[in-house]
Design a protein around this ligand. Sequence first.
Ligand code: 5MM
Length: 347
Amino acid sequence: MSSYAEELRATAQAMMAPGKGILAMDESHSTCNQRFEKLGIPTTEERRRAYRELILTTPKLSDFISGAILYDETIRQSSQAGLPFTQMMQAAGLIIGIKVDTGAKDLAACAGEKVTEGLDGLRERIAEYYQMGARFAKWRAVITIGSQMPSLTCLEANAHALARYAALCQEGGLVPIVEPEVLIDGNHSIQRCDEVTDQTLQVVFSQLRLQKVALDQMVLKPSMVISGQDCAQPASVEQVAEFTVNCLRRNVPATVPGIAFLSGGQSNLQASQHLNLINAQYADRLPWRVTFSYARAIQQTALEHWAGNDAQIPAAQQLLYHRAKLNGAASLGQYSAEMEQQQPVLA
Ligand code: 5MM
């Protein structure tokens, strides 16, 4: 048992506080720069810093956000006034999280499939991040659906890495967010996504047990069970909620304290509607707290409004706060379509 067990349980509970979710703002350079390029924002360290400062200084963000996942560059940065982001987050009541994987790389002998890397030196990196104030971590595995995919090779390789990462995190005092993302890319049906998500979660929990991960000291960050983005007959909100709840109930032990979904390319509206219906309709069937750990479905509107123009920071922050609020409501099953209309009026 980790000497941090009590602390890890308390951190996991705080990450899953009622009415709150986790903000993913851990885009690597390449992902962040791609998003900036589309909006004509210079892809410099300073602009990435300015954008992350915009997010972290959003007034009252902690009303609906328990913690935020940072990238290695970000955890070392400071505000324009010189205050380290870590101190800023602690003062704002945001738990500091850190992405510790080093990205999804091509998996040898499995064309088109990926395996996430980052185990080398991880124990030492975890110790450094803990000293810097981080209390949870994240590692994302990417599973692609195709005619011959995913292969068992890909599922096992990714689950093994996720489990070894999670065990190291718990040893070093960080709550591991275990993120097996089944990609929305493709024209597959919701039934096919269900089959793949089911298989993925089975393999992941089998490896977590094998690596002696304490299931009551982690958070699962799965994708929802949903039809592919090019599917001819997209699944309804009701189907997504039902398939997702059933799949999770089949595979996720009740001792896991919380599930925080990724948005995975869903629209803002879909991400809020799906999370809401899961909580509104199935509350009595969920042994875990179920919330969000969205990146795009919370940030994108604000990023587009800012677009690198600092005069737009207050308006962009209002937009960010608004999406955090709506998803906070969805995590309680209290979101409604009318709330979308309460969008802040921007100058
Ligand atoms: C922020 O995006 C994270 C991945 O970043 P890189 O691909 O640059 O490493 C990603 O893990 C994110 O945390 C989750 O996918 C949730 O983000 P979405 O946009 O799917 O809600």
